[in-house]
Every structure is written in structure tokens, then in C-alpha cells.
Ligand binder design. Structure first.
Ligand SMILES: Nc1nc2c(ncn2[C@@H]2O[C@H](COP(=O)(O)OP(=O)(O)OP(=O)(O)O)[C@@H](O)[C@H]2O)c(=O)[nH]1
Ligand SMILES: [Mg+2]
Length: 238
């Protein structure tokens, strides 16, 4: 069996983390999770450390909030450098939000899909995918962001901004994590774009995305704007 690491960035997710871990343990009994917390004022980092006494979790702490894109890059680099190899080397790396918008029950499906693909995207925008509890403005923003990124970068995937993905290890090795420039969720577009350019086989599987019930979204105007200008930069980096 391929070893799977699940990577989850947290910022003020105290109301979600324990349930996320319980649900993950049910869905993937031999799970291993790496939590990257940016010194959350609500104590998520301390809670993660406490849960790590019971569950197979490692907690990476950064001093201040520095964006979910840089949090993922930080954790991925440590994984590839072998920092968690006391668990054994992972063949697959799953990224998943902590806010329960992503259902851990999808992970076994993602793992299965890697039999034929190098990168699997959890997709809200293919048949069978859906979004629960988003208002019209949020839906439009996400739709527009996807259409824009698809058009500018010429990519064939329907959901480029989703954060629920499963990478084969060699995809992350080929991406050159030091070259990634995104701070916010543009990271999702950038990693898929780079994996595509590297010739990896990418497939989307449908997911249901459910709006968070606890805590607050970290999406803000600078993060949205970053996606617009950085996608253009990525286009001309080709
Ligand atoms: N470590 C770290 N985690 C972050 C940061 N920003 C967001 N996150 C986490 O990244 C995940 C996604 O963030 P959300 O606030 O849900 O933002 P989003 O999913 O892009 O936006 P929504 O669609 O509104 O849910 C959550 O688990 C957050 O706690 C950050 O600066 N540092
Ligand atoms: Mg979210």
C-alpha cells in the first residue's frame, strides 16, 4: 500500500480541527497528517499539538500568518526533504482544508484515481460536483476565477481554484517548490499549471464542497487580486 500524507493548513480553525481529524481517521484508517498552523490567535496550534498525542499528526508552527500558499509550500518542502520519514516515505500527498468544506471520505477515491493519474483534483465544476451553502456572489467569483484562469493559461480543467488535491510524490518533485510565488489560493492554480506543463496526467473527480459552519473564511481582496495578476504573470512565464 502506498503511504499517504495529508497536509492541512490552519488559521483559526479551533472549532473544526478535532472533527476534521476524527472524520479523517474514519475515512482513512492509516492516515498521517501534517498540520501547518500560523500561530492562530484562537489556539488551533495548541489544540493540534494536543490531538497529536492521540492521533498520527505532526504540527508545524510558523510565527505569523503568511498565507495558505506559502504554508503548503513550506510543508511540501519538508516532506520531500524527508523530515517525516520516521513515518516512511509518502508516495502520495493529499492537501485538504481544515474547515470541513472538504469531505475526508473523498480521499480513498482520490487514492484509487492515482492508479491512472499523477495529480487528482477534487472538482466542484464537473458533473456530480457541487457547492452547498454559497451565496450568489461567492459562486460568481469562483466561476469567474476559474473561467479566467482556464482561458489565460489554456488549461483544460474545470476546477483550478479548489484546494482538495492528491499529488503523486514525483509531481511535487518536478514542480520546483522554490519557484512557487503564490501567497494565497492562487497556489492551487499555480501548482496545477506547473504540473500540466511538466506533462503529468491530471484528472478531476467530482466533490461536494460545503461552506464552513465554524470560523471565518480567510479570503480577502488582496488574495483575490493576487489571483488575477499572478495568473497573467504565469501565462508569460511559459
Ligand atoms: N497556515 C495557514 N493556513 C491558512 C492561511 N489562510 C488560510 N488558511 C487555511 O487554509 C484553509 C482554507 O482557508 P479558508 O479560510 O477556508 O479559505 P478558502 O477555503 O480559500 O475560502 P472559502 O472558500 O471561503 O472557504 C483553511 O484550513 C484555513 O484555515 C494562512 O495564512 N496560514
Ligand atoms: Mg474554506
Amino acid at each position: 500500500m502506498t503511504r499517504v500524507f495529508i497536509v492541512t493548513p490552519t488559521y483559526n480553525e479551533r472549532g473544526n480541527l478535532e472533527e476534521l481529524i476524527k472524520r479523517t481517521a474514519e475515512a482513512v484508517p492509516d492516515f498521517k497528517m501534517i498540520v501547518i498552523d500560523d500561530n492562530s490567535p484562537d489556539g488551533t496550534g495548541e489544540l493540534a499539538k494536543k490531538l497529536a498525542q492521540t492521533y498520527p499528526i505532526k504540527v508545524l508552527c510558523r510565527k505569523e500568518k503568511a498565507g495558505l500558499g506559502t504554508a503548503y509550500a513550506y510543508a511540501f518542502k519538508k516532506i520531500l526533504a524527508g523530515e517525516f520519514d520516521d513515518w516512511g516515505q509518502p508516495g502520495l500527498i493529499v492537501q485538504m482544508d481544515a474547515d470541513l468544506s472538504h469531505d475526508p471520505l473523498v480521499i480513498p477515491r482520490m487514492i484509487k484515481e492515482t492508479q491512472n493519474h499523477d495529480l487528482v483534483l477534487g472538482s466542484r465544476y464537473i458533473p456530480g460536483g457541487q457547492i452547498v451553502n454559497w451565496n450568489t456572489a461567492r459562486r460568481l467569483l469562483s466561476r469567474f476565477g476559474n473561467i479566467y484562469a482556464r482561458a489565460v493559461l489554456g488549461l483544460p480543467y474545470r476546477d483550478l481554484t479548489g484546494g482538495f488535491k492528491c499529488f503523486k510524490r514525483h509531481v511535487l518533485e518536478n514542480i520546483d517548490l522554490d519557484s512557487l510565488s503564490s501567497v494565497g489560493y492562487n497556489f492551487q492554480i499555480e501548482t496545477t499549471h506547473k504540473a500540466h506543463l511538466a506533462g503529468h496526467k491530471i484528472n478531476e473527480i467530482p466533490i461536494t464542497f460545503t461552506e464552513r459552519k465554524e470560523g471565518k473564511s480567510k479570503i480577502n481582496l488582496p488574495i483575490i487580486l493576487e489571483s488575477f495578476w499572478r495568473v497573467l504573470l504565469l501565462r508569460f512565464q511559459k
